[in-house]
Design a binder for this molecule. Structure first.
Ligand code: PRP
Ligand code: ZN
Length: 299
């Protein structure tokens, strides 16, 4: 039985976080790749119609192991989770296929404000609560610090207040959780972003083809999300100055207008166009500036 030109048995399995910080961003990326994910019917399994892909919606801690063991062929997972699993000696059969750049956060050590711990060395002989024991252990070893690690699976931020630990090692994104708990960041252990991971072992040619198609779509979707199409009018004399201000744009199109002292400039900017950029463009003489979103583009 054929389906979209691929044997039905050759669908790839992709692990994605079911709920939590990264779930929405991951599903959003798949949508931007033209893949419809209908989570309403079955919470754990979702068959994608547009490409031969089946989604497994799981806990993020399970994703590296599932991919390493071949239960899934690929997965989207936070670098924090992937690194912790690898640091613990697991997930050896999984490798990073692409850094996806979203869901950025960091694994950091934090301590009570005004608690007297003013540096990493001051953690000697103290207790640190974390859900990332392997990464913390490795960090402490590198820094020659002998601290006790208290493993907690959640609500790590309350440990200092409960006096069961002197500090914590946990994910920081906006920093709001630390502030709300009277903690301050001491040092970053690991910067983290979303990763596309895959099984290290070779896949069948059909599966490999699907992985490469998905990867190309993801690259295009991520690029399009950051890119804008910008159109403006400029005095001919200011073209050089104005094109130099366009962020991440290598080949603008310059067109004559009905008046010889002005031209129209069209360009794809592959970086965020900030209000500051708009203001600078105006100062340089640009007028009728339009910034348009790009729906699709190839990387
Ligand atoms: C992480 C972390 C903090 C919070 C930090 O938890 O454990 O609680 O995010 O984010 P902030 O700096 O923006 O406040 P997460 O939401 O990932 O869930 P979990 O603790 O249940 O794993
Ligand atoms: Zn948390």
């Amino acid at each position: 039985m054929r389906e979209g030109g691929v044997e039905a048995g050759e669908r790839i399995r992709m692990a994605v976080q079911k709920s939590g910080r990264m779930a929405e961003d991951s599903i959003g990326l798949l949508k931007n790749c033209g893949l419809h994910v209908d989570r309403s019917k079955d919470q754990l399994f979702c068959r994608i119609k547009e490409l031969p892909i089946d989604l497994l919606l799981v806990r993020d801690d399970d994703i590296p192991g599932f991919v390493a063991d071949g239960i899934c062929d690929i997965g989207i997972v936070g670098e924090n989770v992937f690194a912790e699993t690898q640091s613990g000696g697991g997930a050896g059969g999984a490798i990073i296929l692409e850094r996806l750049g979203f869901s950025r956060c960091r694994l950091s050590i934090a301590v009570p404000e005004n608690g007297g711990i003013d540096g990493v060395a001051a953690l000697n002989g103290k207790a640190v609560a974390t859900s990332y024991p392997h990464l913390l252990q490795a960090f402490l070893k590198t820094n020659n610090v002998a601290a006790r690690i208290l493993m907690m699976t959640g609500s790590v931020e309350v440990a200092p207040r409960l006096k069961i630990a002197d500090g914590i090692c946990d994910i920081v994104a906006s920093g709001a959780t630390l502030t709300a708990n009277g903690l301050r960041e001491l040092t970053v252990v690991l910067p983290s972003e979303a990763l596309l991971i895959r099984a290290a072992q070779a896949l069948s040619p059909d599966k490999e083809k699907t992985v490469q198609r998905l990867l190309a779509r993801m690259r295009g979707a991520l690029l399009a999300a950051d890119s804008k199409y910008i159109m403006l009018n400029a005095p001919r004399a200011a073209v050089e100055r104005i094109t130099a201000l366009l962020p991440g744009c290598d080949a603008p199109t310059i067109m004559d207008l009905n008046r010889h002292d002005m031209v129209a400039i069209h360009a794809v900017c592959k970086e965020t166009v900030f209000w500051e950029t708009m203001e600078k463009l105006q100062e340089a003489g640009a007028s009728a500036i339009l910034v348009l979103p790009i729906e699709k583009m190839t990387a």
